[in-house]
Design a protein around this ligand. Structure first.
Ligand code: PLP
Length: 293
């Protein structure tokens, strides 16, 4: 069965889907994106992703390419046409097609692409196995709260991780504090049992998985802090993990040359994965926030 993608008003076989060479996304990375996880045919954290997409579009003064209600119909239709029970749906919205010139064009319709693909269902054994991360300087721009398609520093960082035999790179700022991964949020559990992840602001992307994990950790009565943590604190952590729509809650068992949690998934990490699985199995419900930076 061939994949179907949505491009500016049309459902098209994926292999023939294309955009104009003067799309500003292609020429200036002038656009934003979202990735929703699909679990058992349902979109995970639908409202949270929509709110964040709105935040990204408003921040860059890009218009919605269509009415919001039609937008969700299209997203779900792409999932349906591709028979995705477990996987992801990718949405990219750019400022549209215009003669190449830096200022925003006038009277240009924003452009949209929606693709979906199948992925293996979440597997607790795989996620609890643990991965290695390395630490690298954060060389990105100053508006990391916007889910911009300008991902070159993230690609460079991820490639550096791969070349070091690691799954992810945790980026650190000028003060030596970890901001986040190249495509995930970073978490540690301190020796005192405090669950820590960087507070939101313009220095990280406010992950939808991050929000779900924060909510369930607080509901379960764990000690939670949204604050900066240093590379040194990470190296000395009792446990560590990453969150994202595609990595869910994935244990980290090595940071640079430091073994975390004796090389095994930590107790709290494993509990948080269980809670996250309960959450997405229930409905993957509405994580709503008006705090984006
Ligand atoms: N941080 C960055 C830089 C990301 O690219 C992502 C996901 O792509 C995340 C965090 C996690 O966000 P979410 O949980 O919404 O997938």
């Amino acid at each position: 069965m061939s994949r179907i993608s949505y491009v500016n008003g049309q459902y098209i076989p994926h292999s023939n889907a294309s955009v104009h060479i003067e799309d500003r996304g292609y020429q200036f990375a002038d656009g934003v994106y979202e990735v929703f996880a699909v679990h058992d045919g349902n979109l995970v954290g639908e409202q949270g992703h929509l709110d964040r997409l709105k935040h990204s579009l408003v921040s860059l003064q890009i218009d919605w390419p269509m009415a919001k209600r039609s937008f969700m119909v299209v997203v779900k239709e792409v999932v349906r046409r591709n028979h995705v029970k477990f996987g992801l749906v990718y949405i990219q919205i750019t400022r549209g097609v215009a003669r190449r010139d830096h200022p925003f064009p006038t009277n240009t319709q924003s452009a949209i692409v929606v693709t979906a693909r199948k992925m293996p269902p979440l597997d607790k054994n795989v996620l609890n196995k643990g991965v290695k991360v390395i630490t690298i300087p954060d060389i990105r721009w100053k508006r990391k709260d916007i889910k911009s398609i300008s991902l070159l520093p993230n690609c460079l960082g991820k490639q550096q991780a791969r070349e070091a035999g690691a799954f992810e790179a945790w980026q650190y700022d000028g003060e030596g504090n970890i901001t986040e991964g190249t495509s995930s949020n970073a978490w540690i559990v301190t020796k005192d049992g405090e669950l820590v992840t960087k507070q939101i602001g313009s220095t990280i992307l406010n992950g939808i998985t991050r929000l779900a994990v924060l909510e369930s950790a607080r509901e379960a009565g764990f000690s939670v802090s949204e604050r900066a943590f240093s590379i040194e604190e990470a190296h000395n952590a009792k446990e560590a993990f990453i969150t994202s729509s595609t990595s869910h809650v994935k244990a980290v068992t090595r940071i640079d040359d430091k073994i975390i949690s004796n090389g095994h998934v930590g107790e709290l990490t494993s509990k948080l994965l269980d809670l996250y699985v309960d959450y997405i199995e229930e409905i993957g419900g509405p994580i709503v926030t008006d705090r984006w930076n």
